[in-house]
Ligand binder design. Structure first.
Ligand code: UD1
Length: 337
């Protein structure tokens, strides 16, 4: 079975591609490398012990996308391509809407024209907005979202639902990721955005490497156990396995399901810092900074649906995430020098 992974050179896409390869699938990556490096496809091959085919393509370019499907017989798609920085989306809303939504419209049209019916979409817990109660169940998706990035995820979920209503053969799973961290166990692929990272773990590893003096902790006056924000961190390897499980599920039935991928428990920013220090024996100096716009106090998933539908649950711990994130950061620092 051949699977197209859009955005396959990105953080989540590269781990999904490696997991699919290790599970016996043939994989084609499509990426425009706008937020990843051209060396990633080779690294995926090294990590998985099997080469991956890569097409440089921008998915907003309908002809380029169509050519990939014309050249290859594709059985399923994992759609990870998209802009993903929530803060940036507030400054560049039209770019976010155009890129994320047009690429998905193109994909849905090409899939229908080619009779490809299995689709996994990389959605996000951002669709829950500012939660009223926890844990978050799939029925709680909230409108409006906190920022244009979140809105693109919710709109795309709706687009896929409407496409499935019109085409009863379409089988799609909307995977709502909580906070993916960590890296492939080989240390060869990991989170390597172009430019300054937005997310917490890449900031922690920058400090650990001595590339930043300290970590800014955004907000210490939230209504949480230590005042810092609580998130449901999930190892990217568990997340990648979740995609393979979802793809298998798609093979068995049509329709659309939204499914949370998280561990089902929350860690505060300070708890993550102290786990990183303990597991890796590295000190992470930090300073209390003001709250970051758009942050919510606490989020964690109800993970029952993923277990019920796919028999999937997260297996790796926060300690595993800290160890693997640091392993990747150290290895990639040596590979770059
Ligand atoms: C962010 C996005 C979310 C996206 C997810 C994965 C926002 C508001 N949300 O989630 O839409 O799906 O990334 O890409 O951007 N923190 C610090 N110091 C830092 C960095 C982060 O204290 O230098 C804190 C944040 O305030 C937050 C926690 O760490 O409380 C996690 O932040 P982050 O990794 O950016 O994830 P989210 O904001 O949860």
């Amino acid at each position: 079975m051949t699977v197209l992974v859009t955005g396959g050179a990105g953080y989540v896409g590269s781990h999904v591609a490696a997991e699919l390869l290790s599970s016996g699938y043939d994989v084609i990556i499509a990426d425009n490398f706008s937020n990843s490096s051209r060396g990633v496809p080779t690294d995926i091959g090294l990590a998985a012990g099997k080469n991956v085919e890569c097409r440089e393509a921008d998915m907003t370019d309908f002809a380029a996308l169509e050519k990939i499907f014309a050249d290859k017989s594709i059985d399923g798609v994992v759609h990870c391509a998209g802009f993903k920085a929530a803060g940036e989306s507030v400054i560049k809303p039209t770019e976010y809407y155009r890129n994320n939504i047009v690429s998905t419209l193109n994909l849905l049209d090409v899939m229908r024209a080619r009779g490809v019916s299995r689709l996994i979409f990389s959605s996000s817990a951002t669709v829950y907005g500012d939660p009223k109660t926890l844990p978050l169940t799939e029925a709680m998706a909230a409108w409006p979202c906190a920022n244009p990035y979140g809105t693109t995820k919710l709109v795309i979920e709706k687009l896929i639902e409407d496409a499935a209503a019109a085409d009863r053969s379409l089988s799609a799973v909307l995977l709502r990721y909580f906070n993916p961290v960590g890296s492939h166990r080989s240390g060869i692929i990991g989170e390597a955005p172009n430019g300054v990272p937005n997310n917490l773990m890449p900031h922690i590893t920058r400090v650990a490497l001595g590339r930043a003096e300290y970590l800014s902790v955004y907000g210490n006056d939230y209504d949480t156990r230590d005042g810092t924000c609580v998130r449901d961190y999930i190892h990217v390897a568990d997340l990648a396995r979740g995609h393979v499980a979802a793809l298998r599920y798609c093979a068995e039935r049509a329709g659309v399901e939204a499914v949370n991928l998280g561990r089902g428990s929350g860690y505060s920013v300070l708890e993550l810092i102290s786990a990183f220090e303990r597991v890796n024996g590295v000190k992470i100096p930090y300073v209390a900074a003001g709250r970051r716009a758009g942050d919510v106090a606490a989020m964690y998933a109800d993970v029952e649906k993923a277990r019920r539908l796919f028999g999937w649950r997260a297996e790796l711990s926060v300690d595993d995430m800290c160890r693997d994130a640091w392993n990747y950061a150290k290895l990639s620092a040596t590979r770059r020098t």
